[in-house]
Design a protein around this ligand. Structure first.
Ligand code: GDP
Ligand code: ZN
Length: 455
């Protein structure tokens, strides 16, 4: 399909480096079978889709190196759509390299990074967004990320874009026909009709572009800052949420001068948790300098956080809880900590709408986690449809939206269709880049099939 498509046979070790139960060497290309065979001593001949036990032999000395299971996938029913042979042997780096060397000596070329997936793309088995999903799936650090990547690998994004693009192609074809055969008695679209059709393409793309924010959060995670007065139990809560011990807990107020942060996952959502220095007025003069810096960093962390946990000391309730101002407009949760020190009835007022926890006993921690997830998913509701997960996809969609915007204005202003078409082609080009397709033939086919030009 593509001129740069190379027809040689490629080989790579497909499992991560190091020792493990099994390691897989993968071959793809027309000669995959021929290259693998001299290294294999098989009881039963290779058959597509069948797993075969084999001994790996040094092709020159005939010496047995290992036992392996070998699978042949015959074109086009393979990951790359070419013949693929997978040799799964014991994962010792020396052994895997010996197999790799054997393949290269027999004529295979070492695969470039991502080249198996590239071949799947070039053969048309995967589009570009799906190929990117393969990468996202491998890189996923939480199950939620993996789920979104899997949906994209399944073509979720392409399926949404396809009908939108179809409408754009139809519009272009219609305008082209009008432009090229203006003297004919073709039904020409009115300006209002054209503008409406441009919007029907632009609006869903805009909605799709908006999912990028959620995609970014899924990929990069939320930031959660824990703030509050010294000694309220911020570091203890931080450790509780993290499970493992990290922040230094002391009964000396003002210990955590530097913001400490850790990545964790709450119900599959990646979260960067930041433990901050206590919020209080630093002493004047040079002795307060370090503390002032800590407070400054706290303010920065708070301003950048997606959610703030405001921790209040339940063992030392004062009336001035609200004295600490959570950075303006940041969503926050109030946590009344040291619930174990609260006697019945005490702090009822203070704990209004607050989540009661005890970092000491663990009481209320699960509730706190649930409240965090609730608050975070309110900040960003998962879109029902596909999610844009990378900047390239977002850029392509935005470029299409921008071009359509200009085209819509041009249509309303009644500019010549030749000018309109330039922007519509720009939008189509951007969508083509999203999936890695090319629509030129599609337009021609439409022009010639849906319009009876006949002359
Ligand atoms: P920070 O200054 O806000 O980070 O507070 P720390 O986490 O360092 O805790 C200050 C003190 O309060 C330490 O002695 C902790 O052991 C104690 N502490 C923290 N959480 C609780 C709690 O829920 N109950 C009780 N009784 N003590 C706690
Ligand atoms: Zn602390």
């Amino acid at each position: 399909q593509n001129g740069s498509f190379r027809n040689d046979t490629i080989v790579a070790i497909s499992t991560p480096p190091g020792r493990g139960g099994i390691g897989v060497v993968r071959l793809s290309g027309a000669d995959a079978r021929a290259i693998a065979l001299p290294m294999l001593r098989l009881k039963h001949a290779l058959e597509p889709g069948r797993v075969r036990l084999a001994k790996i032999v040094d092709p020159e000395s005939g010496e047995v190196l290992d036992e392996a299971v070998v699978t042949l996938y015959e074109a086009p029913h393979s990951y790359t759509t070419e013949d693929v042979v997978e040799i799964a042997c014991h994962s010792s780096p020396v052994l895997l390299e010996a197999v790799l060397r054997g393949c290269v000596q027999a004529g295979a070329r070492l695969a470039e990074p991502g080249e198996f997936t590239q071949r799947a793309f070039l053969s048309g088995r995967l589009d570009l967004t799906q190929a990117e999903a393969v990468h996202d799936l491998i890189e996923a650090t939480t199950l939620h990320q993996a789920r979104i990547a899997a949906a994209q690998l399944g073509g979720a994004l392409s399926k949404i874009v396809a009908p939108i693009k179809r409408r754009l192609v139809e519009l272009i074809a219609g305008l082209e026909a009008g432009v090229d055969f203006a003297e004919d008695d073709l039904d020409l679209m009115t300006e209002a009709e054209i503008a409406a059709r441009i919007e029907s393409v632009r609006d869903p793309l805009q909605a799709l572009a908006a999912t990028y924010d959620y995609g970014r959060i899924v990929r990069e995670g939320f930031t959660l800052a824990i703030v509050g007065r010294p000694n309220a139990g911020k570091s203890s809560l931080f450790n509780r949420l993290l499970v493992r011990q990290r922040a230094i807990v002391t009964d000396q107020p003002g210990t955590t001068r530097d913001a400490i942060s850790e990545r964790m996952s709450i119900e599959g959502i990646p979260v960067e948790l930041i433990d901050t220095a206590g919020l209080r007025t630093a002493p004047d003069g040079p002795e307060g300098e370090a503390e002032r810096q800590g407070i400054e960093r706290t303010n920065v962390a708070m301003a950048e956080a997606d959610l703030v946990l405001h921790v209040v000391d339940g063992g030392a309730l004062t009336k001035d809880i609200d004295e600490i101002v959570v950075a303006e407009a940041r969503p926050y949760l109030r946590v009344l900590n040291k619930s174990d020190l609260l006697s019945a009835g005490v702090g009822a007022e203070a704990s209004e709408g607050a989540i009661r926890t005890s970092a000491l006993t663990g009481e209320g921690i699960e509730e706190l986690k649930r409240a965090i997830v609730m608050a975070l998913t309110q900040t960003a509701t998962p879109p029902e449809s596909a999610v844009l997960t990378n900047v390239r996809q977002h850029g392509a969609i935005m470029q299409a939206v921008d071009a359509l915007e200009i085209a819509a204005v041009a249509a309303q202003d009644g500019l010549p269709h030749e000018l309109l078409l330039l922007d519509l082609y720009g939008a189509l080009d951007a969508l083509d880049r999203l999936t890695g397709a090319t629509s030129a033939d599609e337009i021609l086919n439409l022009i010639f099939s849906t319009f009876c030009i006949g002359k």
